[in-house]
Design a binder for this molecule. Structure first.
Ligand SMILES: *[C@@H]1O[C@H](CO)[C@@H](O)[C@H](O)[C@H]1NC(C)=O
Ligand SMILES: *[C@@H]1O[C@H](CO)[C@@H](O)[C@H](O)[C@H]1NC(C)=O
Ligand SMILES: *[C@@H]1O[C@H](CO)[C@@H](O)[C@H](O)[C@H]1NC(C)=O
Ligand SMILES: *[C@@H]1O[C@H](CO)[C@@H](O)[C@H](O)[C@H]1NC(C)=O
Ligand SMILES: *[C@@H]1O[C@H](CO)[C@@H](O)[C@H](O)[C@H]1NC(C)=O
Ligand SMILES: *[C@@H]1O[C@H](CO)[C@@H](O)[C@H](O)[C@H]1NC(C)=O
Ligand SMILES: *[C@@H]1O[C@H](CO)[C@@H](O)[C@H](O)[C@H]1NC(C)=O
Ligand SMILES: *[C@@H]1O[C@H](CO)[C@@H](O)[C@H](O)[C@H]1NC(C)=O
Length: 533
């Protein structure tokens, strides 16, 4: 039986392959390039499965561990993990971004800026958000309608953020962009770092509904909220706040897991709809996160993707620069891969997650890298898929307006992952196809944070990964700044096209849905300077 299935799968693959080859020839004929490539059929399996169940920690029931996790989470990650090796490949003038200033404990109260109480934090956040200050505008000129905006979602992982800034500083044409740092954790050390950036325009925005500023009320954890694992009847009897609204798995909300989706949504709304400097902005907004790392030609590639899309794929709504560093050992261990192929999508993700949790050996697949050099000039046009194209992706206001029209698909969908919610939206566009993405096969954005977070115990620290990425990029230097690219059109793997039926849960609470909807109601706000005594 499996043999039979295999044969039919193989037939489909061959047919798809031929179709793709034909399309590609048509396309490369029109864009001047000519190249053959039939290797994308297995790409979906090589790519990391971005785990929607990540964090659904089974031990969360016991309140001690909840507290501990929250504590860990809120702890600013700001160790000096920069090894000599990494430092050696950073230009000396950028070392300042990697310098960790230990908190000055001996300073007296007037100088102890790092310990604001919540009232003060809320005030500071309001002040920042009202002022909409663009730093360095005097040096690099005002924000224009086509300025590339790079939106960076920042939580507490300062070590990684330092390296992202170092990578941005080295990117060509970075001085023509606007970096918008969007914070859900207010911290003077993070702010101080961001304000030292002197290579382009910078703005900071602060997510105003954070757990940090709402520790004991929604959207944080209200003491009267139902425990995650309470049974429905039990919750109703308890009369806890959200008793009637568990998620599709029967669990109650966990503040820290909902925050990321809220923050992502708020940030996008803030940038497109609320800031005064983006009124009339028609250019690209690139979405990055604090633990990403960019290649020096990423802006060049973005323009190239854009011009390729304009010419060959006017309906490609999304540009994507990224890929995941890590892949599971599918290519090495073919048995495991076969096993995975027989599972449905959700089962695969669960199984990959299980594997990760059990700390089974996973390879950091740097063998993939030599491919990068031959892939620098190749781009792929394919349906957008959350887990593969959620890193370093970009779109403009026209696309945002499309998303806004279907905002309930995002806000009402019972999934705490912003990227799966966006996929759900993409798959449910009345009368329209799924979003299409044009993506670099040679990645220009890397995820350096995966390692340090999940592998504290293993010998996998920030420096190890950053060092690998640095070397990779150095070796790839001769292949950067391609003057043109060749595009191949693919239908995407089965995984891409699998229609999401149910969400991953975590978004059953009506308060979350309401807050999400409320965020879209706020209109354009003029810059305002409010001084507090
Ligand atoms: C990171 O790991 C490498 C080995 O993988 C080790 O040599 C280095 O000292 C570690 N650095 C830190 C800061 O732990
Ligand atoms: C961080 O660690 C590296 C190597 O251990 C050292 O060379 C560097 O001076 C340290 N930086 C700071 C700011 O402490
Ligand atoms: C800490 O604060 C004290 C008192 O203001 C000051 O003398 C000292 O230089 C500071 N130390 C550092 C490392 O900034
Ligand atoms: C705190 O700082 C003020 C002014 O800088 C100084 O007069 C005072 O002596 C300091 N107090 C302590 C305990 O260091
Ligand atoms: C927080 O700081 C403000 C002003 O510095 C003060 O008025 C207020 O009492 C403080 N609140 C708490 C809870 O400590
Ligand atoms: C930017 O866009 C706005 C709104 O579309 C328009 O009024 C304005 O003239 C544009 N600015 C420039 C410099 O083109
Ligand atoms: C935004 O992108 C879409 C899809 O790529 C394109 O059709 C549209 O013309 C772009 N809008 C602007 C204002 O450039
Ligand atoms: C949403 O906005 C409405 C109207 O302003 C308000 O009553 C409600 O409390 C808000 N809900 C949340 C969850 O913020």
């Amino acid at each position: 039986m499996p043999r039979l299935k295999y044969a039919s799968v193989a037939r489909v693959v061959v047919i798809l392959g031929l179709f793709c080859l034909w399309l590609q020839i048509m396309l490369s004929a029109s864009s001047g390039g000519m190249y053959r490539d039939g290797d994308y059929t297995n790409k979906a399996w090589e790519s990391q499965i971005n785990d929607p169940f990540e964090g659904t920690n089974p031990s969360l029931t016991d309140s001690k561990s909840v507290k501990q996790i929250l504590q860990n989470q809120e702890e600013l990650m700001n160790a000096n993990e920069t090894s000599e090796q990494v430092l050696a490949l950073v230009p000396p003038e950028l070392h300042k971004y990697l310098t960790v200033h230990p908190r000055n404990i001996t300073a007296n109260s007037t100088e102890k800026i790092a310990t604001k109480n919540i009232t003060e934090i809320v005030r500071a956040i309001t002040r920042y958000n009202d002022a909409q200050m663009v730093y360095n505008e005097d040096i690099f000129g005002p924000v224009t309608n086509d300025t590339i905006i790079i939106a960076i979602q920042v939580h507490t992982r300062l070590t990684y953020l330092r390296h992202l800034i170092v990578s941005l500083a080295q990117a060509r044409d970075i001085d023509r962009t606007l970096l918008i740092f969007s914070h859900d954790y207010y911290d003077e050390e993070i702010n101080a770092l961001v304000r030292t950036i002197d290579f382009t325009k910078v703005m900071q925005i602060f997510y105003p509904y954070s757990i940090q500023t709402h520790p004991r009320e929604f959207p944080g954890m209200d003491p009267n909220d139902c425990p995650r694992d309470a049974k429905f009847e039990q919750a109703v009897k308890l009369k806890c706040n959200n008793a009637l609204h568990p998620d599709l798995h029967g669990h109650y909300r966990e503040a820290k897991y909902t925050q990321t989706k809220h923050h992502w949504w708020w940030k996008a709304n803030r940038i497109f709809n609320q800031l005064s400097c983006t009124n009339g902005h028609t250019g690209m907004v690139v979405f990055l996160e604090e633990d990403h790392y960019v290649a020096e030609d990423f802006i060049h590639m973005l323009s190239l993707l854009k011009s390729t899309a304009d010419r060959s794929c006017p309906h490609c709504e999304i540009l994507s620069l990224g890929t995941y560093l890590k892949t599971y050992q599918y290519h090495v261990n073919s048995d495991k891969r076969k096993k995975h192929q027989n599972l449905n999508y959700i089962q695969q993700v669960r199984s990959a997650n299980e594997q990760r949790r059990k700390n089974e050996p996973q390879s950091w697949n740097f063998q993939l890298y030599p491919n990068l050099y031959t892939h620098t000039q190749k781009v792929e046009i394919t349906p957008w898929h959350s887990s593969m194209h959620n890193m370093g992706f970009a779109f403009n206001r026209t696309v945002w307006n499309n998303i806004m029209e279907l905002q309930e698909q995002f806000c009402e969908y019972d999934d705490y992952n912003w990227d799966y919610s966006l996929l759900h939206l993409s798959q449910n566009r009345p009368g329209k196809e799924k979003f299409k993405v044009i993506v670099c096969k040679g990645p220009r954005v890397f995820h350096i944070g995966e390692c340090g977070f999940h592998h504290k115990k293993s010998n996998c620290n920030a420096s190890t990964v950053i060092s690998k990425v640095q070397k990779l990029l150095q070796n790839a230097k001769p292949y950067m700044y391609p003057s043109r690219v060749t595009a191949s059109v693919t239908a995407g793997g089965a995984k891409h096209n699998k229609k999401l039926v149910k969400g991953n849960g975590g978004w059953g609470d009506i308060r979350d849905r309401e807050l999400c909807a409320n965020m879209t109601q706020i209109g354009r706000q003029p810059r305002r300077n409010v001084y507090y005594a």
